[in-house]
Design a protein around this ligand. Structure first.
Ligand code: AAT
Length: 284
């Protein structure tokens, strides 16, 4: 039998490979190259433009961490905007909160959603929750046109800043996010990785832009085995609440949500960054 391997370039000098059973789907959408595979180690996974987005084995890490840190910081969040996130994993975690009234997901590429509904029900299974509205358009244009002070929380679940995701790392985008957030609004953004220089460069650029706009800006880390270096970050930017001083962790525990990665020790611990990361962020 022929061995089929999916290989991704993490840098010009480093590659990451997964043995696959078969390729489930491949197409070029209007926005990007989309591929779905089945594998022993990571279950079903999909890539965009040759980069791992989601797989069945480590998606829980990413989707727990993009969602629960903000929700534990402000339990009164009612209106949420998700930008990107076509696989539905972020929306799935949000729907677990009865307190959330409205979830708008703005995804540029409808094909990612439809294919995830077909091949990845583990993430896409809650996109039909009555509180969810799917909008297929560019997140950058969406926040530009949205009225101010509308959302309590924005989760930027975006690709890397190449291709369609580029605008979601721009000053203009972060500025409009600030504008459409309520006075106690929180922005969580996909913040790249501090390890390999090309990713660290984007991490620093994003941080310097967000730092200039929001009064409270922090960065927190988590372990993603299938993303380059496995060391990944989200940004926490906020108009009012500090995720360490203001989070009511006891109240979050009382909700009784069962999670596989996030817990209230991780909530605090994730903000403790290695020295090299702190230095990069201070210089940004
Ligand atoms: N839940 C983790 C999966 C992703 S996929 C990110 C999504 O962002 C993709 O479906 C892509 O189509 C969408 N996207 C890209 N640009 C835009 C845009 N301008 N507006 C709206 N949606 C957009 C994140 C993976 C992170 C990978 C890190 N290496």
């Amino acid at each position: 039998m022929l061995d089929l391997w999916y290989t991704e370039n993490h840098t010009d000098n480093v590659r990451f490979s997964i043995k696959t059973n078969k390729q489930l789907h491949s197409e070029k959408s209007d926005f990007q190259q989309i591929d779905f595979f089945e594998s022993e180690e990571f279950g079903t996974f999909f890539t965009l433009d040759g980069l791992m987005m989601v797989n069945e084995k480590d998606e829980f890490v990413y989707h727990d961490m993009i969602t629960h840190v903000a929700m534990a910081t402000n339990p009164n969040i009612k209106k949420v905007l998700v930008i990107g996130g076509g696989d539905g994993g972020t929306v799935r975690e949000l729907t677990r909160y009865d307190s959330i009234e409205q979830i708008d997901m703005v995804e540029i590429d409808e094909r990612v959603v439809r294919l995830s509904q077909e091949y990845l029900p583990i993430t896409a299974g809650k996109l039909e929750d009555p509180r969810v509205t799917l909008l297929f358009e560019d997140g950058l244009a969406y926040v530009k046109n949205k009225e101010e002070g509308y959302y309590d929380l924005i989760l930027v679940d975006s690709t890397d800043p190449i291709g369609p995701g580029e605008g979601l790392f721009s000053h203009d985008f972060y500025n409009n996010c600030f504008r459409v957030l309520t006075d106690d609004g929180i922005l969580i953004n996909q913040h790249e990785s501090p390890y390999y220089p090309s990713y660290a460069h984007e991490m620093k650029r994003a941080h310097s832009k967000i730092k200039g706009l929001f009064p409270i800006t922090r960065v927190y880390q988590f372990h993603m085995p299938t993303y380059p270096s496995g060391h990944w970050l989200f940004g926490f930017a906020s108009k009012k609440y500090d995720p360490l001083k203001d989070a009511d962790l006891e109240a979050w525990n009382k909700l009784g949500l069962k999670t596989k990665y996030y817990n209230t020790d991780i909530h605090t611990g994730a903000f403790a960054l290695p020295t090299f990361v702190k230095e990069m962020l201070n210089d940004a």
